[in-house]
Design a protein around this ligand. Structure first.
Ligand code: GLA
Length: 468
């Protein structure tokens, strides 16, 4: 018989398990932008990775319709984002931005209303310089027009602004000026929201300080780019992960590190590599912005994007980005505490050679009293008594645990297509029932180890839950 942990006990368990995160990253999360938006990482679509400058009304509306019907909306994706190249190269005589009439013959508001009718939200793109980033064209930037443009977006019922960083005037090409430019647009958006009632997520896409994001960003944007552009290439994806994974202390509800939009489905990587991309982004509490053609996406692609267990990791309301337990030779062990007291541990072999990745409770900063693979854990109750529990982690790859085997229940949280195959992502929970009527005050985990035996990049994710 199991019962729910009382909230105090959950806190106690969390305090023990949470030591993993505290050990690696001691910096307190920065204060987040106080606009009440993006309390979990934004999820949506952006056309740039798959379509470049070829964006138009038809693409956006077709994508919204597809998302409403193909499981993406149901999985939590809500933003349908227009990227660069939507505007005419010149503002009108009054200084207003003008949607290109060949691409958006009915304007942006009509598209917003269409997307809203599908139960989704519309995003748009602008730049903080004099022109946007498109190399072939050069569309007007918002530098010096922040308040007018923000109000225009709000009046068009736009819900999300990706704000890029190219073609800055010469005296603007330094970090203080960049912070000031983004602060100006943050304040312009707040003013526009106050005037119209239209909330707008602020997605910072600045390029001045990659690798070491300015500590100012969490108070300015809901998300900020931490890297150069992603490409549909496994090595590029891994290099962005290397940068972004270092930045956990900046992230929290309302304010997220953004290692760029997803390439899943664009054809340059294997599905295993795409699953790793999706899981790594989720472990890092990164925005999940699909960058592929969702109208024609394959079932395999949609299965990755809609994996509810991995999305739940990304969207966990505690809002912690994973921290690094170890990262020797491309063999990664990451850990991410969750709101319910679970701690996820991810093992990721980034190399193309078979590898055994081992982690232990001790390595993660937890007390250990057993050897690898199996051991005895201990729950301490408030009345001073203790309960021992056996915990064994088998070779997940060749011998997946399944079903119930009291008193330990090991539950795979896999979705179809992610069973124990080479290259699979595996997510499961180990549950330990509590003694009836007792209040736990702490838990000691045994030293457990397991291996990743697949030969190419793979990821395994598991959590340990005490109670039901
Ligand atoms: C920059 C951004 C990309 C995309 C293009 C559009 O490169 O980083 O994500 O928005 O501009 O021009």
């Amino acid at each position: 018989m199991t019962r729910k942990l009382p909230s105090l006990a959950v806190a106690a368990v969390l305090a023990v398990l949470g030591a993993v995160a505290v050990q690696v990253s001691r910096a307190a999360p920065a204060a987040a932008l106080d606009n009440g938006l993006a309390l979990t990482p934004p999820m949506g679509f952006n056309d740039w990775n798959a379509f470049g400058c070829n964006v138009d009304q038809h693409l956006i509306e077709q994508t919204a319709d597809a998302m409403a019907a193909n499981g993406m909306k149901a999985a939590g994706y809500s933003y349908v984002n227009i990227d660069d190249c939507w505007a005419l190269p010149e503002r009108d005589a009054n200084g207003n931005l003008v949607p290109d009439p060949t691409k958006f013959p009915n304007g942006i508001q009509a598209v917003a209303d269409y997307v809203h009718h599908d139960g989704l939200k519309l995003g748009i793109y602008e730049g903080s310089g004099t022109k946007t980033c498109s190399s072939s064209h050069g569309f007007p930037g918002s530098f010096g027009h922040e308040y007018d443009d923000a109000l225009q977006f709000a009046q068009w019922h736009v819900d999300y602004l990706k704000y890029d960083d190219c073609n800055q005037p010469a005296d603007q090409q330094n970090i203080p000026a960049t912070v000031a430019r983004y602060t100006a647009m943050r304040d312009a958006l707040a003013a526009a929201t106050a005037q119209t009632g239209q909330p707008i997520v602020f997605s910072i896409c600045e390029k001045t300080d990659f690798g070491v994001p300015n500590s100012a960003w969490p108070e300015i944007g809901n998300l900020w780019r931490t890297t150069g552009d992603i490409h549909d290439q496994y090595s590029r994806m891994v290099s962005l992960f290397h940068t972004n994974v270092q930045l956990a202390s900046l992230a929290g509800p309302g304010a997220w590190n953004d290692p760029d939009m997803l390439e899943i489905g664009n054809g340059g990587q294997t599905d295993a590599e795409y699953r790793s991309e999706f899981s790594l982004w989720s472990e890092m509490a990164a925005p999940l912005i699909a960058g592929t053609d969702l109208h024609s996406a394959s079932p395999a692609t949609l299965a990755i994007y809609t994996n509810a267990d991995v999305i739940a990791i990304d969207q966990d309301p505690l809002g912690k980005q994973s921290t690094i337990v170890s990262s020797t030779d491309g063999h990664w062990v990451l850990t991410k505490p969750l709101a319910n007291g679970d701690v996820l541990v991810a093992l990721f072999n980034e190399t193309s050679s078979p590898a055994t990745i081992t982690t232990t409770a001790a390595a993660a900063g937890l007390s250990a009293d057993a050897g690898p693979g199996a051991g005895t854990g201990r729950i301490t109750y408030a009345d001073g008594t203790t309960q021992q529990f056996a915990l064994s982690v088998p070779d997940w790859y060749s011998n997946p645990p399944s079903g119930s085997d009291p008193p330990i229940t090991m539950t795979y949280r896999n979705r179809s297509g992610n069973t124990q195959q080479a290259h699979a992502i595996n997510v499961f929970l180990v549950k330990v029932p509590l003694q009836e009527g007792k209040t736990p005050s702490g838990v000691t985990l045994p030293d457990v180890s397991s291996t990743v035996t697949s030969g190419v990049p793979a990821m395994h994710v598991f959590g340990i839950a005490i109670g039901d």
